[in-house]
Design a protein around this ligand. Structure first.
Ligand code: SF4
Ligand code: ZN
Length: 311
């Protein structure tokens, strides 16, 4: 039987890319410590700040909440959970229950905003119409509103930064997808220290150096109850193929994902220097944008023409 490289306990997990074997306790500690180092390396959080945690109710975001809760005293920060109710019947309600349970366990402030209240329609209502239009994927469409909803909630919560649970796999997949879609101009958005001038609150990804597999293991090991079914509108298309390809490469060449993360960050940091283009204010909502109408207001106008709209 193999033993933990740190304490000689029974091996729970072996990192193939480093050869390190860890017992259950040391594995958990290593995830918390790795997150702390990432936060410090990219100066994501400053002492005394209020930090929002985007909490969907899935395993990744609940793990992030748990890790940041562990670190909050050491980092000298106060946490506020932020959830978005997109309005997906039979799916989001359950996820929000898991989110509520966790925040009440930690006795943490929890702000929930909904598409219905903010924009006047639920995702179900908007996609009912949009599903006939095949030009944009449901997730790209939903993502525009989701980003705005988190921004609004973050402002309401008066936080300096919002942490999302994107892990290393998410990060390198998004990098590859931007290349495959020819979206090179958007690479700068992935900069861990990105600030586009349109939003004063920093968007941070404390799990960006941790493999997806390890975040999942942490969630199971911590016994958090989370939403396991996927959103019925989720359509990952090319992302699934990119994920499978990267997983296959990692199996054959352990550590390849870490190498790709380092290369991505090198490329991204060069683009981030040039990508600061928010020239104007939206003529409807007044938010900074690169044209006269922001994407949220543009999409709302289109939806208004098709949905019995209350906003
Ligand atoms: Fe929106 Fe896609 Fe997430 Fe569903 S999976 S809530 S459509 S972003
Ligand atoms: Zn606008």
């Amino acid at each position: 039987m193999s033993h933990c490289s740190k304490c000689s306990g029974k091996t729970f997990y072996t990192r193939r890319y480093s050869g390190e074997s860890l017992c259950s306790t040391c594995f958990k500690k290593s995830i918390i410590e790795k997150t702390r180092r990432t936060i410090s390396k990219y100066r994501m959080i400053r002492r005394g700040e209020r930090v929002g945690v985007a909490l969907s109710g899935g395993k990744d975001s609940l793990s992030l909440l748990s890790v940041l809760h562990h670190l909050s005293e050491r980092l000298g920060i106060q946490l506020v959970a932020i959830s978005v109710d997109e309005g997906v019947k039979g799916y989001r309600d359950e996820a929000l229950e898991h989110a509520r349970l966790a925040t009440s366990q930690y006795d943490m402030k929890h702000i929930i905003v909904s598409y219905k209240d903010l924009f006047g329609f639920s995702l179900d209502e908007a996609l009912d119409w949009k599903n006939e239009e095949r030009d944009v994927s449901s997730c790209s469409f939903c993502g525009v509103f989701r980003r705005r909803a988190i921004d609004e909630a973050a402002e309401k919560a008066n936080v300096s930064a919002v942490a999302s649970a994107h892990n290393l796999d998410d990060y390198i997949q998004t990098f590859m997808l931007n290349l495959l879609h020819g979206d090179v101009a958007r690479l700068g958005w992935l900069d861990p220290a990105y600030a586009d001038g349109s939003f004063a609150i920093r968007r941070i990804k404390p799990f960006m150096e941790i493999y997806e597999e390890e975040v999942a293991l942490f969630a199971y090991q911590s016994g958090v109850s989370f939403q396991s079914v996927s959103c019925p509108y989720m359509h990952e298309g090319l992302r699934t193929e990119v994920r499978d390809f990267l997983n296959m490469m990692e199996t054959t060449h352990p550590g390849m994902k870490n190498v790709l993360l380092r290369s991505s960050l090198e490329v991204i940091s060069r683009y981030a220097k040039f990508d600061r283009k928010t020239c104007c204010r939206c003529s409807v909502c007044g938010r900074p944008t690169s044209s006269s109408l922001c994407s949220v207001c543009r999409m709302k106008t289109t939806i208004k023409q098709h949905v019995n709209y209350a906003g």
